[in-house]
Write a protein that binds this ligand. Structure first.
Ligand code: AMP
Ligand code: GLY
Length: 429
């Protein structure tokens, strides 16, 4: 098979690394890819080829795909899905994995998701959706100001403002609805009550009818140790997260996915891809705070280092609607990913800093350095983004996996490198 993978982050490096292990794959391109993806090889030893096309430039991606005729296109990030890449490629007879534009609304519209959860009885926060600031403020006041104010559309992961007082909530509502801090993405907002509890990531692979639940993972969204600092795309993950045993996970999965599948059928939503609910484990039970319609980043890094199936076969089944015949198999190992980011991230940061120690770190056993914002080749690899690498290691238990990940982190240096020192610490009590 010939594969085209779309995206350039750590998630896409993990996807390419895992897909390249499949004997089905004879050729692979990644658009645009990164320096780590460009170093990957197929089982035949043929290199993966990075193509300098933006993941959001749908017309150029389409021309490239029409020329190369991949047997399957794999979409990593949310933006091309929200822009309708799946619909466009299908209209041109190309096989592509990911939800179509209508199904991708679970991520591209928080108002859509909130309404859907309420209509189909998926456990979620008490919430309201608003386009007028006066009724929004009245609702936030009812909640005592303790709420999450969320822009409806995609806002580069920055569209959620956590408020602890009526004054903060009023300010957040003004920022989004009146000052238009997120432009049209903030024409509507969702206001949710503030939930308390342990936050975990769930993923399920879907084929339109069947959803296969993954093990648990936990992300660390804040920039600094102790969950302080600004929200980021994610500074580190581990899987499994020990807050649910197998029976509890299956139960939570049923509470969320059964009504979700029923709702999808009722609304004519043909979801083929990854549905990723962010879940708060509250005293009253699990509650979904948001849906994403793709692999998490850096959740993909820990999931794909534990997945034992051939990923090509799973994605094929997801596209074909035959997932009911597949069984997902997971390594019992724990996997830990520590993200090393540029100084200043998630705010402004410099690019072009040389990265040392990648080869040494990559030679450690049961360790994989997934590149995110990197560029260059050979011995000169430079930083090229906020999140630079996701250093991932796996071992028989969490303490060992965590120690191995940090041993590898210590080998890698670049000017201003920042990372959290407490990834997976919550699981160690
Ligand atoms: P989201 O983009 O919706 O995942 O929100 C970003 C982060 O804000 C989440 O990862 C949570 O940590 C936090 N958050 C969102 N909604 C809520 C809520 N209703 N209660 C508490 N925290 C929330
Ligand atoms: N890890 C958070 C996300 O991918 O949205």
């Amino acid at each position: 098979m010939k594969l085209l993978v779309i995206g350039s982050g750590g998630r896409e490096h993990a996807l390419v690394w895992k897909l390249a292990q499949s004997p089905h794959v004879k050729q692979m391109w990644c658009a645009p890819g990164n320096a780590g993806i460009a170093q990957e090889h197929l089982t035949s030893n043929q290199p993966v080829e990075c193509v300098n096309l933006s993941a959001e430039d749908l017309p150029k991606l389409l021309s490239f795909a029409q020329e190369k005729k991949p047997d399957l296109v794999v979409v990593g990030p949310d933006n091309p899905l929200a822009l309708g890449i799946v619909d466009l490629f299908q209209q041109h007879g190309l096989r592509i994995w990911g939800p179509n534009q209508k199904a991708a609304q679970f991520e591209s519209s928080k108002v859509f998701s909130q309404n859907f959860m309420e209509k189909y009885g998926i456990p979620t926060a008490q919430a309201g959706t608003f386009s007028d600031e006066h009724s929004a403020k009245a609702f936030a006041t009812l909640l005592g100001g303790r709420c999450a104010v969320k822009a409806d559309g995609l806002a580069l992961g920055k569209g959620v403002l956590i408020c602890k007082s009526v004054a903060e909530a009023n300010q957040a509502i003004d920022e989004i609805l009146v000052s238009k801090a997120f432009g049209v993405a903030g024409a509507k907002i969702v206001i949710q009550e503030l939930l308390e509890g342990m936050e975990i990531s769930l993923h399920a692979l879907c084929d339109g009818k069947t959803a296969k639940l993954f093990p648990t993972a936990q992300d660390h969204k804040r920039a600094l140790d102790g969950d302080r600092g600004l929200n980021t795309g994610g500074m580190g993950t581990y899987s499994p997260a020990p807050f649910l045993n197998d029976a509890q996970l299956a139960d939570v999965g049923r509470q969320i996915l059964n009504p979700w599948l029923k709702g999808c059928a009722a609304e004519g939503l043909d979801f083929r891809g990854i549905i990723y609910p962010g879940v708060m484990l509250t005293k009253e039970g699990p509650k979904v705070i948001e849906f994403n319609a793709r692999f998490g980043d850096p959740e993909a890094q820990v999931y794909l280092t534990r997945l034992e199936n051939d990923l090509v076969e799973l994605l094929d089944a997801s596209v074909n609607g035959t997932l009911d015949k597949m069984e997902l198999r997971w390594s019992p190992m724990t996997s830990v990913c520590v993200v090393m980011a540029s100084a200043g991230y998630p705010g402004a940061y410099a690019k072009g800093k040389p990265i040392a120690g990648l080869t040494e770190a990559g030679q450690l056993p049961h360790t994989k350095v997934f590149h995110a914002g990197t560029t260059g080749s050979g011995k000169t690899i430079l930083t090229n983004g906020g999140r630079v690498v996701g250093v991932t290691a796996w071992a028989a238990d969490l303490p060992r996996a965590r120690a191995a990940a940090y041993t590898a982190v210590e080998k890698i240096q670049f000017d201003g490198a920042q990372f959290r020192h407490d990834i997976a610490a919550k699981a160690l009590g």
